[in-house]
Design a protein. Structure first.
Length: 178
């Protein structure tokens, strides 16, 4: 059975199951409007909108809190969704990260840790990314994801489908599971 909420440790981040008490720290990250500028829900930086999102995230049973290993601070979140054992696939998404941690190693390690975990259970990982979210498209392409089509996301919005069926060993080798 797929474990939606593992604890995953790398060299720069730790992912652990989302907890109720994470809401304040995650809102501190999410309250930056620039995080959401390419997202379909652009006002998620507002407390009432974020609170509804957080409740949904918590109820999903697949959300993870991301902490910076050096400082111990909460720097974002990500989520597994829609595990389908018959299709041997799971979706990764809903990732947001403090702008102080944009531009390289943090998001990359988050995704690689999540991919390594997912590929223990499935043969395909799917990412649904909005057409206007160029930053996320480029980031996932740098990891080797391939755009294979489009479909509506869980909220009925248009999204590009990206997929990965493996992660190059040299990417995984550099992860430390401390």
């Amino acid at each position: 059975m797929f474990d939606y909420q593992p604890t995953l440790r790398g060299t720069v981040v730790e992912l652990r199951p989302l907890r109720e008490e994470d809401e304040e720290a995650l809102f501190a990250v999410a309250s930056d409007p620039l995080i959401w500028e390419q997202h379909p829900v652009r006002d998620r930086y507002k407390l009432d909108v974020f609170s509804a999102f957080f409740r949904e995230f918590l109820a999903s049973g697949g959300a993870l809190t991301v902490r910076d290993c050096r400082s111990g601070n909460v720097i974002g979140s990500s989520r597994y969704h829609a595990y389908n054992p018959h299709a041997s696939e799971v979706e990764i998404g809903w990732t947001f990260l403090a702008r102080s941690h944009w531009g390289g190693i943090y998001n990359r390690e988050i995704k690689l840790l999540m991919l390594r975990h997912a590929f223990q259970f499935v043969g395909r990982v799917v990412f649904l990314i909005g057409p206007q979210n160029i930053r996320s498209q480029r980031a996932i392409e740098r990891l080797g994801a391939i755009r294979v089509g489009s479909r509506a996301d869980s909220a009925g919005r248009d999204a590009f489908i990206y997929e990965m069926t493996s992660v190059p060993n040299e990417m995984i080798r550099n992860l430390s599971c401390g």
